[in-house]
Design a protein around this ligand. Structure first.
Ligand code: NAG
Ligand code: NAG
Ligand code: NAG
Ligand code: NAG
Ligand code: NAG
Ligand code: NAG
Ligand code: NAG
Length: 422
């Protein structure tokens, strides 16, 4: 018995030695719904001409090393092909060529595939060792982010690698396309996108796909680069031209991640810096000259704070008001001149009338209407009953070359009351 057993083993090994199978490659990663090629070559020497060729896949509960023959993916007797693989395979069926093409692969096809030759002889059955491992990449693509640092967050300066991959495995196909905020990144064609020193400008949503395949990653991934506020600046609404009494709002604008938590407003006036507010906006309801000065804000988030540029606020007095002031001044000036001229004429008339008839009543009648008040006041002085009253009107000399009409003060007209000597 013992010798027979030994003899059988020898026969079997002798028989096995006359078979050979080689696979190429040993491991495949294919996209769902694509076709895969199991490249295979075999050789055998046997007295038996009638051979059976098959590809099998061990079932999940079986050993995956090829020692247990699983379901038939391909069989030289078509009826033997498992339902799952009917019409999905193409066998080379050439001398020594045992290549198999499997169409429309899916997740359920993941596993090991072996080529096997059987003859009529009980001992001439041979499975090509090792088999081919098929993995199926399940779309969509996913972007994963890895950093060198062990930090929870990504900060500026970190070294970051974005990887475009699919579930289970990623087929070694090229080229890839990358998108940042839906815009193509032209220089990125690999399935990995390394960024040596990440900056705030890399912040954004990333997605990827295999070029010309129409597949994109289902979800964009946010590269959440954290940085302190940048480009802090003040925007004046409704405009930087500020009219007196108009309302305006200063807005502290910035670019920050995470969002700004604290705003601080300052007003610089004559080298004094004073705190004026802590909201994103600083509003002035009715602008006046007292609001003039230099403004700046400080924006702060978890990462730090940054000062804005300084803006100078200038409040313009409306043109129309300036104009009316000038008009009033001119009017006053003209009236003064008129009065002065009038006064001179009267004085002259009085002089001549005095010379011509000293006994006549003075020419009060002429001036009566104009200087009524003056005369009345002179009448209070009981002793001077028959005096001539008149007003003298003088304009102060212009002190500079400034036009007189510019200020009201310059136009003060001095009226002095001259009363009679006796
Ligand atoms: C396989 O293909 C043949 C002919 O091409 C067809 O008659 C048969 O119905 C197909 N079987 C399956 C399961 O698709
Ligand atoms: C084996 O057959 C396949 C399918 O017919 C073919 O593509 C391949 O080139 C063949 N291999 C060799 C080495 O002839
Ligand atoms: C491919 O396989 C899936 C199931 O895995 C099936 O729904 C689909 O119709 C197949 N496509 C083709 C072209 O046979
Ligand atoms: C990124 O995508 C999210 C979700 O679609 C969106 O809310 C966000 O605004 C995007 N960010 C940028 C910078 O486009
Ligand atoms: C910013 O706001 C937080 C919470 O409101 C507060 O605790 C912190 O003191 C503020 N920092 C500054 C500089 O105002
Ligand atoms: C500046 O501040 C100091 C101290 O508060 C104060 O004494 C001074 O009057 C201020 N100057 C102006 C121009 O407001
Ligand atoms: C920002 O403003 C604060 C408060 O006035 C000041 O102390 C600080 O020096 C400023 N920083 C820079 C960078 O100008």
């Amino acid at each position: 018995m013992f010798y027979i057993s030994i003899l059988l083993q020898l026969l079997e090994s002798a028989a096995a030695a006359s078979f050979s199978v080689s696979y190429q490659p040993r491991s495949i990663c294919a996209f769902e719904r694509s076709s895969v090629d199991f490249s295979c070559r075999f050789d055998y020497s046997s007295y038996h001409r009638d051979i059976t060729t098959k590809w099998f896949k061990p079932e999940a509960h079986q050993k995956q090393d090829g020692t247990q023959v699983g379901i038939s993916v391909y069989h030289s007797k078509a009826a033997e092909i498992h339902q799952l693989y009917k019409n999905r395979t193409a066998y080379a069926n050439q001398d020594n060529n045992c290549s198999l093409r499997l169409h429309n692969v899916s997740k359920s096809d993941i596993g090991k595939y072996f080529f096997r030759i059987e003859t009529n002889s009980y001992y001439e059955k041979y499975t090509g060792p090792g088999g081919i491992h098929l993995n199926v990449a399940v779309l969509p693509f996913r972007v994963t982010v890895k950093t060198q640092t062990a930090n929870e967050h990504i900060y500026e300066g970190d070294s970051v690698t974005l990887t475009c991959s699919t579930e289970n495995c990623t087929p070694k196909q090229q080229p890839f396309v990358w998108f940042k905020n839906q815009r193509l990144i032209p220089e990125a064609t690999d399935n990995v996108l390394p960024i040596d020193s990440v900056s705030h400008s890399d912040f954004g949503n990333y997605s990827c796909a295999l070029k010309n395949s129409g597949t994109t990653s289902a979800d964009e991934i946010l590269l959440d680069v954290r940085y302190r506020p940048k480009n802090v600046e003040i925007v004046v609404l409704p405009s930087a031209k500020i009219q007196e009494e108009s309302s305006l709002t200063l807005i502290c604008m910035s670019n920050a991640n995470p969002a700004v938590t604290n705003y601080t407003w300052f007003l610089i006036r004559e080298a004094n810096v004073s705190y004026i507010g802590s909201d994103r906006e600083f509003s002035i309801r009715s602008a006046s000259q007292s609001d003039e000065g230099q403004y700046f804000c400080i924006a702060e988030n978890d990462m730090g704070s940054s000062n804005s540029t300084v803006i100078a606020l200038k409040v313009e007095v409306p043109r129309s008001r300036n104009f009316s002031l000038i008009a009033v001044a001119v009017l006053l000036f003209l009236m003064a001149v008129l009065l002065a001229v009038f006064g001179v004429i009267i004085r002259r008339k009085q002089f001549t009338s005095k010379k011509q008839s000293t006994e006549q009543t003075p020419a009060v009648t002429v001036t009566e209407e104009i200087y009524e008040n003056l005369r009345k006041s002179s009448e209070f002085e009981e002793n001077h009953t028959t005096c001539v009253t008149y007003a003298d009107l003088r304009l102060p000399p212009s002190t500079s070359d400034r036009p007189r009409s510019n200020s009201q003060e310059d136009n003060i007209v001095i009226y002095s009351l001259l009363s009679c000597e006796d």
